[in-house]
Design a protein around this ligand. Sequence first.
Ligand SMILES: [Zn+2]
Length: 218
Amino acid sequence: MSGQRPYLKNAICPLCGTEIQTLAITKGYVEPRYTFDLRSNSVDHANLHSGLHLCTSCGYVFAENDEVPSNAKDIIKTEAYKTCNGIDFDDEITAEKYYKYALIQLENDNFYGAFYAFLFGAWVCDDHNNKELSVMFRKKTLEVFDVLWEKFEISEGFYIVRADILRRIGDFETVIKEYSKFYSLNDDRVMIAQIQVLLAKKKDDRCHFLPEYSALLS
Ligand SMILES: [Zn+2]
């Protein structure tokens, strides 16, 4: 159980200056336990809920201490932003916030920011057992990953996280093809790649925690 609790607080929209009520979270220590896509158990639903704030007046989504990009006013007026490219989030307000936040990051070439916003969105949907939306979010992370791969040198750890995202959307074939012969000087990463391949061969698209890996391999 998380030692963190949500509470309501007032915040000022940095774009239009409207005072809104938003969720914040008390700080409490949680022994970290990670999933294969490096989600920590301290990033629980309350935590995800309070990570971003939606201005009820202008629709801008922001994180605390964020600098407002100069194109923010233009982005929030776009149909893509207003309608989330036509994606129906139903009552998944938190997931919608992550989607909108990712769009703002993309428009500002902050690809790592967009990647994590989409991944956090996937975690929100995992918590709500909304498979369709979590797959959509993970597909978006992969699109951003491809851009990152083209533009920057991708770290090995980041490449390993991708295996989990691929498996969670059911792309078992790519996991098996690309990660079966994964080689690294880091034994843990090799082991994680082996597990991902093993799970992919079983067509297992469920969430697994890192400490399970010895059990999964035995
Ligand atoms: Zn506002």
